[in-house]
Structures are given as C-alpha cells and as structure tokens.
Write a protein that binds this ligand. Sequence first.
Ligand code: NAP
Length: 251
Amino acid sequence: MSFIESLFGLAGKVALVSGASRGIGSTIAGGLEQAGARVVGVARSPRPLSFPEGVEYRQADVCDGSQVREIVEDVFERFGRIDVYVHAAGISLQPTTPDRQLADFAQTVDVNLKAAYACAVIVAEPMRRAGGGSVIYITSIGSMLGFPDNPGYVASKGGLRMLTRALAVDFGKHNIRVNAVAPGYVRTAMTEASFTDPLLHEQRRRHTLLGRWGEAADVVGAVIFLASAASSYVTGQDIVVDGGWTAKGLV
Ligand code: NAP
C-alpha cells in the first residue's frame, strides 16, 4: 500500500451516507466508494437511476429513528463495523405564508439538526463497539453567517455546527471523531432556483473568491479526508468548502 493510500484510502471501511438520493449526498456516497469504502446510501426516495453503481441504497426517513436503527443494525450485522456516518440529509424550505413559518422552522430543525443528533447517537454504538469512527455533518456557510428569509435553515445549521463540537467532546473517549464540512453555494436541486435566476446566480458567483459556483464534487475531498486516517487527530472542526465566500471582506 502506498503512503497516500494509507492516509486517504478507505479500503475495509464501511460508510453510511444519509441524503444520498441526489446532490451532495449522492456524490459523497460515490466518492467514498471510489476511495475504497463499502457504502450504504440512505434517503426517502426510491433508488434513483443515476445513483452510483456499486453503492448500496436503502430507503428511510432520517427523522424516523426506528427506520435508521434497523438499517444501522443490519449493516453492522452484515459487515461487523460502521466506520463513517455522513449526515448530508437536509432541507431548505422556501418562504411560504406567515401561518406556515413556525411549522417550516420546526420541520427544518427536525431534519437538519434533530435527526443529525439522533442518527449520530444510533451509529455511535456500533462505532464504539468496533473501536471508533468518524461522524461528518454537512453544515453550510449558513452555520456561521445570517441569510435572509430562512431562519430555520440558518438556525439548524448553526446548531449543527455546535452539535459537532458537543459530540466531539462526548464521543472522543470512544475514538469517534465528529467534524463538519460547510459548503458554500453548490449547484443542486436545493439551489436550482437561485442557480437558474441570472441575477441571483451572478450575485452568488461574484461573492466567491474563485469566481464560480461550487459543484457537488468540490465537497467530496474534504469528506474523504475526514473519513480517512489522514484526519485521525482531527475532531470538533469545520472544513469550509465555499470558494472563499466567508474569507471575503469587501463585497
Ligand atoms: P438536495 O439535492 O435537495 O438533497 C437533499 C438530500 O437530503 C436528498 O437526498 C433528500 O432525499 C435528503 N433528505 C431530505 N430529507 C430527508 C429525510 N427526512 N430523510 C432522509 N433523507 C432526506 O440538496 P443538496 O444541496 O445536495 O444538500 C445536501 C446537504 O448539503 C444538505 O444538508 C444541505 O443543507 C447541505 N448544503 C447544501 C448547499 C448547496 O448549496 N447545495 C450548501 C451548503 C450546505 P429524499 O428527498 O429522497 O429523502
């Protein structure tokens, strides 16, 4: 095995990725598999035709603990380990009517934050029994900055950023590392409306230092790093993958 393979290779590791039916989660699932891991993707939709070949796919709602537990137990029984959990499941609801605001806030927090905690607690047990693991939360630049008209999203991602630290503290004694990857604007179904609106597209593009929107593939390297031995002494951290959005001073 080469030095690079020993650092970044994931051969022998088992990874579970939620939010895997499309976008960033699907690309992460494919990327982890390419790096050598056995990967199980999870989302509510039926397996999409475009889903990476060679990656197992299971249908479940991350807000339903019993569905998640059933998958985790099954994976652990078949493979004897779960090394990596990526919580890419997330929602960003468009503003609707004032009477929906509280319900939308609660629903967003349920998927983006509460389920992220519940899933980590469920995977932590098999990780602990196998000697350790890596939990990776997909947060957002919205975990650090205010954005308009979507308080549930910003609050849930800000909470997820701090949950990363809280669980890094609680799980460290079990050799379970907990880190976050915070993407900037990435072209997916979630951002399709702003990507296709010429004004919003340009506004977001110009705010980056690299002068372009992100692609889902831009997020994969940071996740492989956090899943692999290369990050064996890294926990409780954010890796910001935003084309320089948060580093920019003068807009
Ligand atoms: P997306 O294309 O809308 O994908 C969201 C994924 O989450 C889908 O696979 C969806 O699958 C899944 N999901 C939603 N609710 C779920 C639930 N209750 N149970 C299980 N799966 C659920 O969005 P994306 O852009 O790839 O976003 C992926 C993650 O990156 C999210 O956490 C998002 O907040 C974060 N992020 C995205 C951007 C961006 O610019 N795109 C920037 C920063 C952070 P089903 O609908 O099939 O369940």
